[in-house]
Each structure stands twice: as structure tokens, then as C-alpha cells.
Design a protein around this ligand. Structure first.
Ligand SMILES: Nc1ncnc2c1ncn2[C@@H]1O[C@H](COP(=O)(O)OP(=O)(O)OP(=O)(O)O)[C@@H](O)[C@H]1O
Ligand SMILES: [Mg+2]
Length: 401
């Protein structure tokens, strides 16, 4: 796709597409859904809202779009509060999971609709009478031009005469995006726009949306509960749980340097392993009888939670070597990766460790193994799940912003 639209020039450095969300709260009946959301989304950036089902993602989007009224807090777009404005006055376009295309209209007319609604009054929108009214011809020509430009960008020109019923899921998705694009909004809101597509098409459309964002340079706020989508497309990811943002950061920071154990657990597949530990008071944490270096200030005897990703540990067949003794309970061979499930003596649930699939033969299920945790890749959390950090120099690990 190429930048064929003037939307690129409309969203410029003057911040017209920046979004500032302050102290947003919302309850449905007695149930709080948003419990104080603060977010700053710079003009032209791509923010993904990631979180489990029911955490309030769609509610947040609907409030930003003006489709739902918040109980407290405010939303500003381009520096201007929009709380009192109707959806059509906010200069926002929303793409939903269900593409909400009109089945009786052609692709062309579906994309043209927002422009006709904006630029022609009721009488002028009438199919036959309308065409005879003054000014309609010129406006229709301009609308047709805008639709063609969008169709070219999205490579759907051959589909313009079809009805939605004659389109594949991916094509419908593109038409829905086209209908949002044609309005040249300040901000695109996309609420799980790919969740109706099969896995292969989803990966393809993911790349297309990222590319579209690069060419339009308009602000995108993208909702998903699919971490792969969040990690691959965004400048920034906000992980939301229970109606609150837990962390806002670039995808790599969310993965490597989470602030909260819930963020660490939500991102990464297979999930991060968590083992109970105790601070020793000598620059380490005791994990099931083995000391893992940790230079953070925690008083001796304090209980902590030690997290490590499947790739941050190693498993060997050798017994009697330093490390945690366990038994191999299960092997998951994905071809590119082998995941070994190891039941450690003293741990509640098996840990999962990534290993080279070429060595699968040397790991029969049921055999004793020894696991070692990579020293710089452990993430230590307090009992409440808040990340504990070592001073930078002592930890010797990469720290982010
Ligand atoms: N109009 C409504 N009336 C009552 N409850 C609602 C309404 N809309 C949403 N809720 C509730 O608010 C909570 C948050 O809903 P929301 O749709 O924002 O979640 P979500 O994060 O988008 O979830 P999903 O990933 O499943 O789309 C849910 O518990 C939902 O049942
Ligand atoms: Mg939702």
C-alpha cells in the first residue's frame, strides 16, 4: 500500500491527532469498569490497548469515540476537550470487529457513505431527486475521487462494484478500514478489527495495518487481546487489567522489563514461570534451596516471587550438578522450539523451559533433570506483584527509560 491520501498531510506535527485521557471512570450499574484511566497518546503514534476479555478496552474506545458517556474524567483530542461533543464532531473514525458494512450497498457506496453524510443534506442524498439539485454533481465527483484514492491505497479497486456478501473476510475488513480512512480522521480507533479472520489472514492484515499506519502517520489506537498483534504493530502498548492501565511502554519493554507480575504473566507464550523465593540478605534470593543473584534491597527473610521466561533457563540431563532438581513431565515439540515441562521438587506447578528441538532424543519423559536459571534474566516481584529492581550497576542488566 502507498500513501495515496491527504490524511498524511492532515496529521502533522501540530499535535492535532494527540489524545490525552485523564482520570477516566465508568461504571455499569454497581460494577466499575474503568477505575481511573490516564493515557497520553502522541500525534501519529500507534498505541495498542492489550488486556483480557472484560477489562474495559471497548468501553474505553467507545468513550473516546463519544459513543458512551464517562462518569468522570476527560478526553482531549489535539489539545481540545471533546467530552461535550457528539461522535461525528470528534474527527475520529472507528473500525469494529464486526465490520458493520451495509449489505445492500456496494463497496463503493459503503466507503462513500461517510462523505455523503457529511457533505450532502438529506434531499441531496436521495438517489434520483438528489442528483437534480444544484452542486450535487461536483460534490459527487469529489467523493468518487476520494473513494478511488482510498481504494487504491487498500488495493480494493476491483471490488468497488461488489456487495459485502460477495467479499472474503479480509476484503470486508479492508472495506471497513477504507470507510474509516475516507473521512481523513485525526484518530483511528480499531477495536479487534482482525478477530473474525483466520490465523493466516490475521498475520497478513496485521502487516497491512502497520504499513497503513506508517504511510498515513495518523494516530492509531488499536484494541486487542492478542499479544502477538500488540507486540508486532505498536509503538506503545498499554496493558490494561480490571479497568486500569498497568504499564504503558514499547512492546520490548513490556516483555523484557514488566513493572507488574500481571503484565509479565499476560505477555509471552508460553507464560513466564514464577517460583516462590526468599531474600537472603547477601545479594541473592533463595529459590527452592538454590541461590539466584539479586542485588535489590530486600530485607532478609522477605518472601518474593521469582519470574523467568522459558528461554531464560536451561535444562540438562546431568544430575548432581548445581541447579534445581526435577523430573521431565512433558515435551511440547513445535518444530522450531521444544518446550520441556519440568516438575521441580518443592514447586506447585511444572515450569516450562525452551530447548533446542535437535536434542529431543536426550530428554525422555519421566527422567530426572537439572534446571539452571539464567542469572541476569530473572524478574523479581514482591508478594503483591510489584517489580523489585536491583540498582543498575549491580544488576548488570539492560534497563529501559
Ligand atoms: N452497556 C453495558 N451494560 C452493562 N455492562 C456492560 C456494558 N458494556 C460493557 N459492560 C461490561 O463492562 C465490562 C467491560 O466490557 P468491555 O466491553 O469494555 O470489555 P473488553 O475489554 O472490550 O472485553 P473483550 O475483550 O471481551 O471485548 C464487562 O464486564 C462488560 O460485561
Ligand atoms: Mg471489547
Amino acid at each position: 500500500m502507498t500513501a495515496g491520501s491527504t490524511a498524511a498531510s492532515r496529521a502533522t506535527e501540530d499535535g492535532r491527532g494527540s489524545v490525552a485521557i485523564r482520570g477516566l471512570t465508568k461504571s455499569f450499574g454497581a460494577t466499575p469498569v474503568l477505575r481511573g484511566v490516564d493515557l497520553d497518546i502522541p500525534d501519529g503514534s500507534f498505541l495498542t490497548v492489550l488486556g483480557p476479555s472484560g477489562c474495559g478496552k471497548s468501553t474505553l474506545m467507545r468513550i473516546v469515540a463519544g459513543l458512551e458517556q464517562q462518569d468522570g474524567g476527560s478526553v482531549a483530542i489535539g489539545g481540545r476537550p471533546v467530552d461535550g461533543l457528539r461522535p461525528d464532531q470528534r474527527d475520529i473514525a472507528m473500525v469494529f470487529q464486526s465490520y458493520a458494512l451495509y449489505p445492500h450497498l456496494t463497496v463503493f457506496d459503503n466507503i462513500a457513505l461517510p462523505l455523503r453524510m457529511r457533505r450532502l443534506d438529506f434531499a441531496r442524498r436521495l438517489p434520483i431527486v438528489g442528483r437534480m439539485l444544484p452542486g450535487v454533481g461536483q460534490t459527487e465527483r469529489e467523493i468518487a475521487q476520494a473513494v478511488r484514492r482510498v481504494a487504491e491505497t487498500l488495493q480494493i479497486e476491483p471490488l468497488l462494484a461488489r456487495k459485502p456478501g460477495q467479499l472474503s473476510g479480509g476484503q470486508k475488513q479492508r472495506v471497513a478500514v477504507g470507510r474509516a480512512m475516507v473521512r481523513e480522521p485525526r484518530v483511528f480507533l480499531m477495536d479487534e478489527p482482525l478477530s473474525n479472520l483466520d490465523a493466516e489472514l490475521r498475520v497478513h492484515m496485521r502487516a497491512e495495518i502497520a504499513q497503513l499506519h506508517r504511510s498515513l502517520r495518523t494516530t492509531f489506537i488499536y484494541v486487542t487481546h492478542d499479544q502477538a498483534e500488540a507486540m508486532t504493530m505498536s509503538d506503545q502498548v498499554v496493558v490494561m487489567m480490571d479497568g486500569r492501565p498497568l504499564q504503558v511502554a514499547p512492546p520490548s519493554v513490556i516483555y523484557e522489563d514488566p513493572e507488574d507480575i500481571r503484565v509479565a504473566r499476560f505477555v509471552g507464550s508460553p507464560r513466564i514461570n514464577i517460583l516462590p523465593g526468599t531474600a537472603t540478605g547477601r545479594g541473592s534470593v533463595d529459590v527452592l534451596g538454590v541461590e539466584v543473584p539479586f542485588a535489590g534491597h530486600v530485607s532478609p527473610g522477605t518472601g518474593v516471587q521469582v519470574g523467568f521466561r522459558p528461554a531464560a533457563a536451561t535444562v540438562t540431563r546431568a544430575s548432581g550438578t548445581p541447579g534445581l532438581a526435577g523430573t521431565l513431565t512433558y515435551r511440547e515439540n513445535l518444530g522450531s522450539d521444544l518446550f520441556l515441562h519440568v516438575a521441580l521438587a518443592g514447586a506447585d506447578a511444572p515450569v516450562v523451559i525452551r530447548h533446542d528441538p535437535a536434542e529431543i532424543a536426550s530428554f525422555p519423559v519421566g527422567e530426572p533433570v537439572t534446571m539452571r536459571i539464567g542469572e541476569v534474566q530473572t524478574l523479581i516481584f514482591d508478594q503483591a506483584g510489584k517489580r523489585l529492581r536491583a540498582p543498575l550497576a549491580a544488576a548488570g542488566m539492560r534497563r529501559h527509560g
